[in-house]
Design a protein around this ligand. Sequence first.
Ligand code: MN3
Length: 225
Amino acid sequence: MFHLRSSSQRLLTTVSSVRSKHTLPVLPYAYDALEPVISAQIMEIHHSKHHQAYVNGLNAAEEKYKEAAEKGDVRGMIGQHDALRFNGGGHINHSIFWSNLGPIHAGGTGQEGLEGERDVVKILERDYGSLEAFQKLFNAKSAAVQGSGWGWLVWSPELNKTQIITRPNQDPLSPDLIPLLGIDVWEHAYYLQYKNVRPEYLNQIWKVINWKTVAKRLADAQQLK
Ligand code: MN3
């Protein structure tokens, strides 16, 4: 009886830890689908190596955090915070990034895709004056990120407007901001193709922004009010 109990408990623990493991999301398009803006080589390495590493790191950090918590080891728990921030942020950020991109010819991307999303256009014109002014400011802020980081268009429920903000490294957005569009400005996102010219990567990437996903995020965010 004791053995049965303990093995079924062990099984439950195993099942729950398997269930909580994070996994690499499947891309909704092929690695070469964003060419010529982002090469297949960049996409494959970025998704299957870099993002996978964040997923693995997050799972490992969660496991260590859980072990420390079970032992009541508060210092051990605190010791995992940097790894959780980096790998957890990396997993969250990249998952949003992939969904924000789409093939040029699939519809919904680029300038045409943006102009087709009237609610997004209305908000961007209200908050920045014009679409051109929005993209110019977004690119300038994102190009100016020192080292590695992200550029974001977010919805602030508190201010009832959008904001363009940048985050260093893999720092996730603060929980009071809702991400609408994120662009990875780590060198691994563009270096094999654009070398050191981050501004050109930023000029080109608008051609593969999937505005349908931005519009959906904006609509969901505004419903939270
Ligand atoms: Mn990246």
